[in-house]
Design a binder for this molecule. Sequence first.
Ligand SMILES: [Zn+2]
Ligand SMILES: [Zn+2]
Ligand SMILES: [Zn+2]
Length: 168
Amino acid sequence: MSKFRETAMKSLSGDGHDHVSCVAEALQRAEDICAARGARLTKLRRHVLQLIWESGHAPIGAYELLRRLDKEHASAVPPTVYRALDFLIEQGLVHRIESLNAFVGCASPQEEHVGQFLICQSCGTAAEMNDARIDRAIEKVAAELGFATNGRVIEVRGLCPACRGAEA
Ligand SMILES: [Zn+2]
Ligand SMILES: [Zn+2]
Ligand SMILES: [Zn+2]
């Protein structure tokens, strides 16, 4: 099973998994990746990443991040948080979900990909599914049409298993 599929299943299992280890693994991964690339994971950047992961697998908005940061980094102002987010996105550690204007941690930042998400419109969970066949299909059709693609995060809305169960 790919790392993406594994994380997507965790995302959709709600409380049915050990999220504390998701957060710990994500932070360790970020430290390793940044160290290998010579990118500086400052205390603030690390803390922003931690808050994003601690929000579960539901994307979190910049202002909510700022509100939570306030306790420990009283001096954190919106531009500082946006710069930290830019850094995390650049390193592939975080994806921006356009339709929600919110941010979610990536479980496989070392792999080249753009992000395909199943987003629950009831609880807000975003499961990153990343199927390379979808990317290839888009590239193929775009090439046939002479269209040069420039990044895309695919966002598919619906209901997660838990919310479907609650509806039934
Ligand atoms: Zn988790
Ligand atoms: Zn990703
Ligand atoms: Zn849901």
